[in-house]
Design a protein around this ligand. Structure first.
Ligand SMILES: [Fe+2]
Ligand SMILES: [Fe+2]
Length: 229
């Protein structure tokens, strides 16, 4: 039984925005993902940390969900800034059920357990959101979501997953970091950063937490194994 994390699969079976056009590491990325995800076994858990699919609707993302669902193990899906298919949890679960997708779950206002750990998370907050006009209401909602997820974890040791990095060279979302520290989270995994932005990522210890960048192109399209039992 193992716990894995991977961000930014950016699948595009239907919506014709394959990431191969970006060149570099993205050339042949679907085959790389297929190979990287082949490590998964039935009893494993994989956190998919946002930017899952370019689909603009559940329907448009169907093949991308099918690709992910076909691998064994439980998948926990966080929202990324490009997940335009995202809708209510009810509609999503209904769509997945209708299509026979049985391994997909939303990590949103909730948490999941893996062994002794509680897996918490939200999309998070980043520079991009600030540029789009810092919307205090949306930001507050994000903090409420994160706290709901952390509260749901109770006294268990907690790991946090975000799409956006809570810290970055030149940026620090202190409100999110404060919440993570207050609830005793030991590690934070985040995606969103691609290509040249990798060098601006902050990894390792900062304050009470360990930070790791887990976007797919950074990890060579292989999920990062967090622990195994
Ligand atoms: Fe991304
Ligand atoms: Fe992103």
């Amino acid at each position: 039984m193992a716990l894995y994390v991977l961000g930014d699969t950016h699948l595009s079976f239907r919506s014709e925005k394959p990431m191969d056009v970006f060149g570099g590491a993205w050339v042949g990325y679907v085959d790389k993902l297929r190979s990287g995800l082949s490590v998964l076994r039935e009893e494993d858990t994989l956190v998919l940390a946002g930017d899952i699919s370019w689909g603009m609707s559940l329907e448009e993302a169907r093949e991308d969900f099918a690709f992910l669902d076909a691998f064994p193990g439980r998948k926990l899906i966080l929202k990324g800034n490009h997940d335009y298919w995202w809708t209510t949890a009810n509609k999503t679960y209904q769509f997945w059920a209708e299509n026979g997708f049985t391994t997909l779950n939303l990590l949103h206002n909730n948490c999941y357990f893996y062994g002794e750990y509680a897996l918490c998370g939200t999309r998070g907050w980043f520079l991009d959101e600030e540029k789009n006009g810092h919307n205090q209401k949306v930001f507050q909602r994000e903090l409420i979501r994160l706290e709901a997820s952390l509260k749901a974890a109770g006294e268990r040791p907690k790991l946090a997953f975000h799409h956006y990095p809570p810290l970055y060279r030149g940026y620090r979302c202190q409100e999110i970091i404060d919440l993570l520290e207050r609830y005793g989270v030991s590690a934070c995994y985040y995606g969103h950063l691609h290509g040249g932005s990798h060098r601006l990522a902050i990894e390792g210890r900062d304050g009470a937490l360990d930070y790791r960048l887990i976007s797919a192109d950074f990890l060579g399209f292989r999920p990062l194994k967090i622990c195994e039992s």
